[in-house]
Design a binder for this molecule. Structure first.
Ligand SMILES: Cc1cc2nc3c(=O)[nH]c(=O)nc-3n(C[C@H](O)[C@H](O)[C@H](O)COP(=O)(O)OP(=O)(O)OC[C@H]3O[C@@H](n4cnc5c(N)ncnc54)[C@H](O)[C@@H]3O)c2cc1C
Length: 456
């Protein structure tokens, strides 16, 4: 059945409180645009749900017609799972309620809120929940995959701070999942992605966080500095989390023009603790090499986030993995390979994990990589999909060169890489448990436009 015969947008409009945008109508192109470029899909309808009832009705329509259903929160899915050719996009951005309970240090947030908006609102009360490194990412997608960011070592992943979730499942029913109610679903939602239903609300724990010590530190990317950076990040107190991008220096105004294009470590460090101890924790990183730019210092937590570039929709090829170590030889490989890339932008991103995230038992959530100490993401960004055959082999080659045995993948950074890689995100028993929960809550695989866990 084709989507156009299966759904009537006139009927859909009559049935919903939210808006429906069809091909050719104003706002259609904007509504179908996702963060990554080169993803040019044409949904039959873009529904902006106004409330939970709208979500249930759209799910019912997809169930009855078999039309493909894409769930969109912040639109940052790397393989473009939040849009569809000929199906319905269920856009959650208007589920944007945000209630902060300062006394209890918890927040209820709609499934379509961005992490940046939440972080700003929480900071007004000197509070924070750990998310990722980019404020335009949706809380929906980020949380369901895990959520790894600047507070990971101090306060864990986002899912380690998830207290409850309201979910509309494939039968159209609204369930509240938490430690006591639907615990199997609650387990699966913490890492299993959008496989189990549409999350319309999340309850999250907040932590006291006024100022942090941190910001950008830019160092020349020699193998010694890269290897040293990782060693220092592993040795640092767990108040400190760092994300280091090894990449050619972009033409940013605060970088001297002679550095543009040279390989740098573009690092963002965050010390979530007392200022003096924070300054001390920064010293070993500053000592790795003469910094090209040093913006480390005390600041309100939201200022850590690099502002998003409006209209930036790069085409990207990515690979994600976990490794045990970045030794001298791995650092040399990174430098050599980055120098050989002809992409508009190529980068190797290194995130040292551990701390609070590693203290959670491996089987407590569907994110099973608790013992993996370092996450590595290799990425090439370029102007158009036609260039992919040049850059994709470069990304795959560098990922293979850095690969260490027995390690998996982080589901939120997977591209469209096939079942084997999805299974790498869910090793061992995690996969079997996820399949069982999927069978229970979505036996027909209605929610399949994701890193899919088939019901078997
Ligand atoms: C620039 C950039 C920076 C990033 N940085 C980080 C980072 O620092 N840390 C990190 O952990 N990840 C990071 N990510 C990865 C990010 O977490 C995932 O891409 C995530 O899926 C994006 O969520 P979204 O809601 O913005 O995306 P969307 O494209 O809207 O959603 C992606 C998928 O998630 C599911 N989904 C989303 N919302 C819901 C919901 N409410 N209910 C049910 N299913 C839902 C759906 O299956 C959907 O297809 C980054 C991605 C980008 C592009």
């Amino acid at each position: 059945m084709s989507a156009t015969t299966a759904i009537s947008n006139t009927q859909l409009r009559a049935d919903l409180d939210g808006t429906v945008t069809a091909p050719g109508e104003p706002g259609y192109d904007e509504g179908r645009t996702v963060f990554y470029g080169g993803i040019d899909r044409r949904p039959a309808a873009i529904v902006r749900a106004a409330n939970v009832d709208d979500v249930s009705r759209v799910i019912a329509l997809a169930r009855e017609t078999g039309v493909e259903l894409a769930i969109r929160s912040g639109g940052h899915s790397i393989p473009g799972h939040s849009t569809t050719d000929g199906g319905i996009v269920l856009d959650l951005r208007d589920l944007n309620a945000l209630e902060i309970d300062v006394e209890r240090r918890t927040a209820w947030v709609g499934g379509g809120v961005t992490t940046g908006r939440y972080t700003l609102a929480a900071a007004e009360h000197d509070l924070a929940t750990p998310f990722g490194d980019t404020g335009s990412v949706g809380i929906g997608g980020l949380t369901l995959g895990g959520g790894v960011g600047y507070l990971v070592r101090k306060h864990g992943l986002t899912i380690d701070n998830l207290l409850a979730a309201d979910v509309v499942t494939a039968d159209g029913k609204l369930l509240r999942a938490d430690a006591d109610s639907h615990p199997d679903l609650f387990w699966a939602l913490r890492g299993g992605g959008g496989n189990f239903g549409v999350v319309t609300g999340l309850q999250l724990r907040l932590h006291e966080l006024e100022t942090v010590v941190g910001g950008m530190l830019i160092l020349p990317a020699t193998p010694e500095a890269i290897h040293g950076f990782i060693a220092e990040a592993e040795a640092a107190p767990e108040e400190l989390s760092a994300i280091a991008n090894v990449m050619p220096a972009p033409p940013m105004p605060f970088l001297p023009p002679e550095q543009h294009g040279r390989l740098i470590i573009f690092a963002v460090l965050v010390y979530a603790g007392e200022a003096e101890a924070g300054e001390r924790a920064m010293a070993p990183f500053r000592a790795l090499a003469e910094p090209i730019a040093d913006m480390l210092g005390p600041k309100p937590y939201p200022e850590i986030f690099v502002p998003a570039e409006e209209g930036f929709h790069p085409v990207a090829s990515v690979r994600t993995m976990y490794v045990d170590t970045i030794d001298r030889s791995a650092a040399e490989t990174i430098v050599e390979q980055l120098q050989a890339s002809t992409a508009m932008m190529a980068a190797v991103q290194l995130r040292v994990l551990g701390g609070a995230a590693a203290r959670v038992p491996v089987d407590a959530t569907a994110y099973a990589h608790r013992r993996s100490p370092i996450m590595v993401n290799v990425a090439a960004m370029f102007g158009s999909s036609e260039e992919a055959p040049v850059h994709e082999p470069w990304v795959a080659g560098l990922a293979a060169a850095l690969h260490q045995d027995g390690h998996g993948a982080y589901v939120n950074f997977l591209g469209d890489e096939g079942e084997e890689r999805i299974r790498a995100a869910y090793p061992g028993e995690t996969w079997d448990r996820l399949v069982a929960v999927k069978r229970r809550y979505d036996p027909t695989n209605l929610f399949r436009l994701n890193q899919n866990i088939p019901p078997g």
